[in-house]
Design a protein around this ligand. Structure first.
Ligand SMILES: C[S@@+](CC[C@H](N)C(=O)[O-])C[C@H]1O[C@@H](n2cnc3c(N)ncnc32)[C@H](O)[C@@H]1O
Length: 198
């Protein structure tokens, strides 16, 4: 459940850095539950969330994880990092750029990752930076690991097609879920498995 403070914090960052945030409000609870449902839950797992924002996805993910799991959030916007650290002291937050995922996780001693979860605004990121991020994500995944990301239905269709083809160049299997209409904006997930070596 999002609070007024969370909404205010998110909106302030979105107004200051619209292309970094890519949305006016945090992800809603229906989509958060769907993305949490993709992470491994039957055994201890290492899960990394890229672009945690105000933590709209984080409690749902944390609630699903088995005891002994490690859950790490990466966020680049300093105000949001401060918000997360104050509002969710149980969450391990790394301040940095998702493009540097390999170095960030190595510095924090995070080993091979079972699931990377993202709500980064992919279609607002340059193609070169997307490729760097996807290469880094693929390289951090353990064998059998998965990557899942939110894609909004309001994103430009040609950019979504381009992003999907980049996902297909990075992973053996890419599936799209049905749209979640009860989200602002409506969105779907891409779920990717079988990282190819880059
Ligand atoms: C659409 S918001 C989603 C926030 C939150 N996960 C949610 O679902 O409400 C995208 C988030 O990704 C963060 N972000 C954008 N580019 C990033 C990057 N290169 N590295 C880390 N975080 C990034 C933004 O600051 C923002 O918090």
């Amino acid at each position: 459940m999002t609070t007024l403070t969370e909404h205010r914090t998110f909106l302030r960052s979105a107004l200051n850095r619209p292309t970094l945030l890519g949305a006016p409000v945090p992800t809603g609870s229906v989509l958060a539950a769907q993305i949490a449902g993709v992470v491994p839950a039957s055994a201890p797992a290492t899960v990394v969330e890229l672009g945690a924002g105000t933590g709209a996805l984080s409690p749902a993910i944390a609630a699903r994880l088995a005891p002994g799991s490690r859950f790490v959030a990466v966020e680049v916007e300093p105000d949001l990092v401060a918000y997360l650290r104050a509002a969710m002291p149980w969450l391990e937050v790394l301040h940095g750029d998702a493009g540097d995922i390999g170095a960030l996780l190595a510095d924090a001693g995070v080993g091979p990752v079972d699931a990377v979860v993202s709500s980064l605004p992919w279609t607002l990121i340059t193609a070169a930076e997307r490729r760097r991020m996807l290469g880094g994500i693929a390289a951090t995944l353990a064998p059998g690991g998965l990557f899942t990301t939110i894609t909004t239905l309001t994103a430009l269709p040609n950019r979504v097609r381009q992003f999907r083809s980049e996902l297909e160049a990075t992973f053996d299997e890419v599936t799209a879920t049905k749209p979640v209409w009860r989200n602002l904006p409506p969105a779907r997930l891409f779920v990717c498995r079988g990282a190819r070596s880059c």
